[in-house]
Write a protein that binds this ligand. Structure first.
Ligand code: SIN
Length: 480
């Protein structure tokens, strides 16, 4: 099946497709081929889109939660009906294997389904009053226009996670997708149109000028919530830029997830969990296992089994049958991974498999396992965003937890153990917003996703996800 990109070249503002004099290319990272050109909005056009979202706000926020839910459910159904088209588009634009792209489309639909229901449960409360003459209650109301800046690694699901919560809450949205993957966002907009999301309620501004979009969102007094998924460095910049308008920020920033394997782990579960936590999307996720700490007694067996499993991974164009590892997003991403691996090897690590760019093309890197990675290696300090497992041996639980926590970020952490008491201790002691025990794939619409420390602010998904887009108003009623 081929996907037609031709009608996905325009931005989507006010329920209409907007072209511009300038455009920018979108490339397939597996082949380097330009697959489309997309409208390149400037600051004034982005400001105008914010105005469009503001104009649509009163009518959308006035709809009942049940009416908004019906719209979101239609959007979810459109995603599921178009799953194969969306997946093929995503693989062509972003590179991930088709099976993962199909799963991502279904994951995206699950956010619309979840928040359609959560919209109906945006309860306020009645507060018992200490005074006979006063009654106290709270209302939960939409915060206003929300802006979203979304990443290229999950180009449909991350936008869905934000849009579903915002629209369920009664907010309208202007979204700026990553310049590497605007087509997926425009495809989602096309489905919004089909699902009869009212004009102006969901808008997609495509631009190659990310700083202009960031400044437009941060400086606008109309935008009351800014939700960003991306690097910690850019998150900090947006945080600073938003100070003047004191807007609500939801920041899903970088992680450097530790993965701990204890002597008492089930080896099969630990290896399968490591593969899921590390090699999904070729290691390009914020929750990817970045540092693998293995207890001395299981170390030899674990690395042997892991290397066997990694040897079976198949690198290639995500559109080809059987491919499990697609390209990285750009040649620059490959250069970064290569730098990190070289540094680790120079400091004494041993490559058990892989360790170099893959001959398949400019964006490919070999699935890699490095053992005995030394403290001080950049590989343990920086987010890798590539298919590389750095293994470090440890002796005691206390030592492993101390190393796992010795970073400024805290998004996800993984541990493999069959000791129930240890599992409870780890779920409490690991400093991360998400702790997965004996599991490598924790992300799900029904649970909160987000980090602590410099991994960000706020939560997406779960019942908490709605809070980012709602204000709590206290009502004090004098009853004479
Ligand atoms: C990410 O934000 O990179 C991870 C997305 C997910 O696992 O939900």
């Amino acid at each position: 099946m081929s996907v037609n990109f031709d009608d996905l070249g325009n931005a989507y503002v006010g329920g209409a497709w907007q072209s511009t004099a300038r455009d920018f290319p979108v490339e397939n990272p597996a082949t380097g081929e330009t697959i489309a050109r997309v409208a390149d909005l400037d600051r004034a056009q982005i400001d105008a889109a914010i105005g469009t979202a503001a104009a649509a706000l009163p009518a959308w926020s006035a709809r009942s939660a049940h009416e908004r839910a019906a719209v979101l459910k239609r959007w979810a159904a459109a995603l599921l009906a178009g799953q194969e088209d969306g997946a093929r588009l995503m693989t062509a634009e972003q590179g991930k294997p088709l099976a993962e792209a199909r799963a991502e489309v279904a994951f995206a639909a699950s956010f619309f389904e979840w928040f359609a229901e959560e919209a109906k449960r945006a309860y306020g409360e009645v507060i018992p009053s200490p005074f006979p003459s006063k009654r106290y209650s709270t209302l939960r109301q939409p915060a206003g226009v929300a802006a979203a800046i979304t990443p290229w690694n999950f180009p449909i699901a991350m936008l869905a996670r934000k849009a579903a919560a915002a629209l369920a809450a009664g907010c309208t949205m202007v979204a700026k997708p990553a310049a590497e993957t605007p087509l997926c966002a425009l495809w989602l907009a096309r489905l919004a149109d089909e699902a009869q999301v009212p004009a102006g309620v969901f808008n997609v501004v495509t631009t190659s000028d990310a700083p202009a979009a960031g400044a437009a969102f941060c400086e606008s007094g109309v935008v009351r919530v800014l939700s960003f998924t991306g690097s910690t460095a850019v998150g900090k910049l947006l945080f600073r830029q938003s100070a003047a308008t004191v807007k609500r920020l939801a920041l899903e920033l970088g992680g450097n997830a530790p993965l701990l394997v204890f002597d008492d782990a089930d080896l099969d579960v630990a290896v399968a969990g490591t593969l899921a936590a590390k090699f999904r999307n070729a290691g390009q996720t914020c929750v990817s296992a970045n540092r693998v700490y293995v207890q001395a007694g299981i170390h030899a067996a674990y690395v042997e089994r892991l290397v066997e499993a990694v040897r079976r991974l198949r690198v290639g164009d995500g559109r080809d049958d059987g491919v499990t590892i697609g390209p990285l997003i750009t040649p620059k991403a490959v250069a970064k991974v290569e730098r990190l691996v070289r540094d680790a090897l120079a400091r004494g690590a041993r490559a058990l498999i892989g360790g170099a760019p893959h001959p398949r093309g400019a964006c490919f890197f070999e699935p890699t396992v490095l053992d005995d990675v030394r403290a001080g290696s950049a590989l343990l300090a920086e987010e890798i965003f590539g298919p590389v497992v750095p293994v470090v041996r440890f002796e005691t639980e206390a030592e492993a937890v101390a190393q796992a926590n010795a970073v400024d970020v805290g998004l996800a952490a993984y541990a493999f153990t069959r000791d129930l008491s240890r599992a409870v201790r780890l779920s409490e002691s690991l400093q991360a917003g998400i702790v997965a025990i004996n599991e490598g794939l924790p992300s799900v619409a029904v649970a909160p996703f987000g980090g602590i420390k410099e991994s960000g602010l706020g939560r997406e998904g779960g019942r908490q996800g709605l809070d980012e887009y709602m204000d709590t108003k206290f009502v004090c009623l004098g009853v004479g």
